[in-house]
Design a protein around this ligand. Structure first.
Ligand code: AMP
Ligand code: MG
Length: 348
């Protein structure tokens, strides 16, 4: 009930929030809504506003909303009934098949990113107050102590989805949950015959097919400094997912502290990246990688991309925009960025 009321408030606020997200639809949302077969729904879940626009049967929207609420109730680290809360407070436990699948995927990406992504960073994120909203700067000693518990390699998930943590460890799927939820929604919609849809999960955009007119969807990438748009990508059947320090932060004594933590230091990742947008077919992988690449910084992230073949990226630094070669024909700079150089990274 509370969620439904929040949804109504959220619909009113959506127009404003569309300009605050990370990657956003650039299509005029009014046009989408008034198009003959388009059905839209706004959901408040996973600490964000989600807008689903589907071409086809309206009935599928309710199933989609229920799927989002179901996954949220399993993945949330705060909900006392959730799988993750249970695991964190009992040192382990059996989780649902979705939680088990997402955990295994997340752990494989922790490994692939050599720990830039680490789902056991949660106690450190809590110490900075990003879960409670009571932000503070933890002491060096506190961070050092908490970092001793951070080690994704110590998280075990067996074939029966039985999870085991070492004592004191806590995990969090915040870096991957929306991407996985997008994947599951795409699956549900596709199974139900939907061939054109756009799902904006708090700025993480997943598109199915093309726009109904056959054109690619145009998804904007937020300017991490000015708040407008830095550019847009034209995509079909893809997820476009952004991580950036501008999304959640606090300032103290003129210094900005954001929510993406470097597991080697316990401090917010501190490199030249202002944001990283990852474009690919698997939303959970894109979500994990946008967080991981943001932690790695430009040099390591570029090398990582060169060694990979499952994603493209838009890197924004104070110098400007860098895109990977697969986006060369589908990326266009917008606003102030039209006057700056866009560098293209090639695999050589
Ligand atoms: P995202 O917005 O997908 O980049 O995810 C950021 C969220 O993931 C943060 O709000 C934290 O809850 C969590 N997080 C922060 N740093 C890390 C990290 N290095 N590895 C995994 N999760 C992280
Ligand atoms: Mg992420």
């Amino acid at each position: 009930m509370i969620k439904r009321i929040l949804c109504q408030i959220a619909s009113i606020c959506l127009v404003l929030l569309m300009f605050n997200g990370c990657s956003n639809l650039i299509e005029n949302s009014e046009n989408i809504r008034t198009s003959i077969d388009a059905h839209s729904s706004t959901v408040y879940a996973m600490d964000t506003v989600m807008e689903l626009t589907v071409y086809g049967s309206e009935d599928i929207l309710e199933k989609s909303e229920n799927l989002i609420y179901e996954l949220e109730s399993e993945f949330s680290a705060m909900d006392t009934e959730s799988d993750i809360y249970n695991v964190n407070h009992n040192g382990g436990g059996v989780v649902s098949s979705d939680t088990g699948e997402l955990l295994k995927l997340a752990l494989s990406l922790c490994e692939r990113s050599e720990g830039a992504l680490d789902i056991s960073i949660y106690p450190v994120v809590q110490a900075w107050g990003f879960t409670s909203g009571e932000n503070r700067i933890p002491s060096e000693t506190e961070l050092k102590e908490l970092l001793q518990l951070v080690d994704y390699k110590a998280v075990r998930v067996d074939d029966n989805n039985n999870v085991t943590l070492v004592p004191g460890m806590e995990i969090d799927l915040g870096s991957v949950a929306k991407g996985y939820t997008g994947n599951r929604l795409v699956e549900l919609l596709s199974e139900n015959g939907v061939t054109n849809a756009v799902l904006n999960l708090g700025g993480n955009v997943h598109v199915i097919g093309t726009k109904p007119d056959g054109e690619a969807w145009r998804v904007a990438v937020t300017d991490p400094v000015g708040g407008g748009y830095a550019g847009m990508v034209e995509v079909v059947d893809k997820a476009v997912i952004t991580s950036g320090g501008y999304e959640r932060f606090f300032e103290q004594d003129g210094v900005r502290y954001h929510h993406i933590i470097d597991p080697t230091t316990g401090y917010p990742a501190n490199n030249d990246f202002l944001s990283v947008t990852v474009v690919g077919s698997n939303g959970a992988v894109c979500d994990a990688l946008s967080t991981a690449l943001f932690v790695m910084g430009p040099d390591r992230a570029t090398e990582f991309w060169k060694e990979s073949n499952d994603f493209e990226a838009v890197f924004i630094t104070s110098e400007g925009i860098c895109i990977t070669e697969g986006l060369e024909d589908v990326f266009s700079p917008l606003g102030d960025y039209q006057n700056k150089q866009v560098t293209v990274l090639y695999r050589d």
